[in-house]
Design a protein around this ligand. Structure first.
Ligand code: FAS
Ligand code: PHB
Length: 430
């Protein structure tokens, strides 16, 4: 098999990348080790930043999302028996969209099929070869056979347990990690949500989150020990603990019911640098993991592949690898801002059982009190939560980032002041 871009991983990052490449006339093949049914069975993210919804619309994936998703103009923080609403519309004139990752994945698969993009299911990549040469290839196992996909470039979109990040030389990769001493126990229930918007609750017994998928499908989480076993939690136990952590006016609207899914998600922050080695480029969870508190995981996967598709388009349009050379620095700039925000929200809203002490509790209370009393603090929260701009240079090419002051400067790219390579938030267009 041969293609221009071999994509390892058919989750949101790999699937969306293949569509962005297809729009640019670039051929790709997606290798996904699981079945579609398995990929679609994973219950994950629920909140889409405005940059994500713009990007999905740019590849004509907005119709069902706009019809079935919910636009949210704010979010609620509950603490100390009271609730603070962060008003996105008023503070930053942006909104987020509630549309489950499962639905996004359904739409991605449908679009890939409609456009004839090759996705090989139940094909597990086992090695990336010759990634520093001109003709890399991906070795993969399918139906008990070993096969090879030859390509020009390899996109490692295979998540936190994939093979791509392992393919980078140990002496090249720097990793940064923070493991949190707790997890999230999440349930889905066919009950109406408590509120029209999300509620993030800070409570002495631990964090809780009230979310939703649609008017009769609610998603709830409570902080639990990192090694908690979901089967140890009856539905009644979950509902009782959730109610303990929510403000009274929220509990008054809580409708309980049987869980149709129950799982524990461990929380950690992780970044691997760089996101590129030779002709292997990483995107999404393959390169970074964030605690779901800030609802950034899926959204970072999207911004990574927007940058990556732009860089690869430049290679095929002009032969220049400047965009590819700038990709890792540029993607990591946005990644680390989201990692910071996710860490900050997690630290502010959770109880740290092992290390928690009076000082930590007072700091968290001060953070919440500052948010409550400062429009500037709320604006900062709102611009991070709804999604920071993607920032591509006016040319739309990553390579001009060097001139725009991003990434390593080199004399070859230094331009006279006022050279017009300004920055603007990218608005992906159709
Ligand atoms: P993904 O992990 O989604 O996709 C990678 C794909 O690569 C998978 O389908 C995998 O099967 C495939 N793969 C792996 N190794 C392979 C190989 N060797 N060969 C071929 N294919 C291979 N984010 C939020 O914003 N909010 C949340 O509430 C939230 N909850 C989460 C819960 C869990 C349990 C997990 C794991 C993540 C959660 N996330 C959440 C983050 C999640 O949404 C990710 O950020 C998002 O799926 C990232 O997409 P990808 O980078 O495509 O990685
Ligand atoms: C969800 O609905 O699954 C969800 C919402 C917000 C988060 C995390 C998860 O921060």
């Amino acid at each position: 098999m041969r293609t221009q871009v071999a994509v390892i991983g058919g989750g949101p990052a790999g699937s969306l990348l293949s569509l962005l490449l297809h729009r640019a006339g670039i051929d790709s093949v997606v290798l996904e080790r699981r079945s579609r049914a398995y990929v679609l069975s994973r219950i994950r993210a629920g909140v889409l930043e405005h940059g994500t919804t713009d990007t999905l619309r740019s590849v004509r994936l907005g119709d069902r999302m706009d019809a079935e998703g919910f636009g949210h103009d704010g979010v609620n923080l509950a603490f100390g028996g009271r609730t603070l609403r962060i008003d996105f519309a008023d503070l930053v004139d942006k909104r987020v969209t509630i549309y489950g990752q499962t639905e996004v994945q359904h739409d991605l698969y449908d679009a890939m099929d409609d456009r004839g993009i090759t996705i090989v299911d139940e094909a597990e990549a086992t090695a990336v070869e010759d990634m520093t040469g001109e003709r890399p290839s991906v070795v993969f196992a399918r139906d008990g056979r070993t096969e090879r996909l030859e390509c020009d470039w390899v996109a490692g979109c295979d998540g936190q347990y994939g093979v791509s990040r392992q393919a980078l030389p140990d002496d090249l990769v720097a990793t940064f990690e923070r493991v949190y001493p707790f997890g999230w126990l999440g349930i889905l229930s066919e009950t109406p949500p408590i509120d029209d918007e999300l509620i993030y609750a800070h409570h002495p017994r631990g964090f809780a989150l009230c979310s939703m998928r649609h008017k009769m499908l609610s998603r709830y989480y409570i902080q639990c020990p990192a090694d908690a076993d979901p089967t140890d939690w009856s539905d009644d136990h979950f509902w009782d603990e959730l109610a303990t952590r929510l403000p009274d006016e929220a509990v008054a609207h809580l409708q309980t019911g049987p869980s149709i899914e129950k799982s524990v998600t461990p929380l950690r922050s992780f970044v691997a640098e760089p996101m590129r080695h030779g002709r292997l480029l990483l995107a999404g969870d393959a390169a970074h993991i964030v605690p779901p508190t800030g609802a950034k995981g899926l959204n970072l996967a999207v911004s990574d592949v927007v940058y990556l598709a732009s860089a690869l388009r430049e290679v095929y349009d002009s032969g220049s690898t400047d965009g590819v050379d700038a990709y890792s620095d540029h993607a990591l700039r946005r990644v680390w801002k989201a990692v910071r925000f996710s860490w900050w929200m997690t630290t502010m809203l959770h109880r740290f059982p092992d290390t928690d002490d009076a000082f930590d509790r007072r700091i968290a209370e001060a953070e919440l009190s500052y948010l409550e009393g400062s429009r500037a603090a709320q604006r900062s929260f709102a611009e991070n939560y709804t999604g920071l701009p993607y920032h591509l240079p006016s040319s739309g090419r990553c390579s001009d980032l060097r001139q725009a002051g991003h990434g390593a400067r080199s004399t070859a790219h230094r331009t006279a002041p006022g050279s017009g390579t300004g920055q603007r938030p990218v608005r992906p267009t159709g």
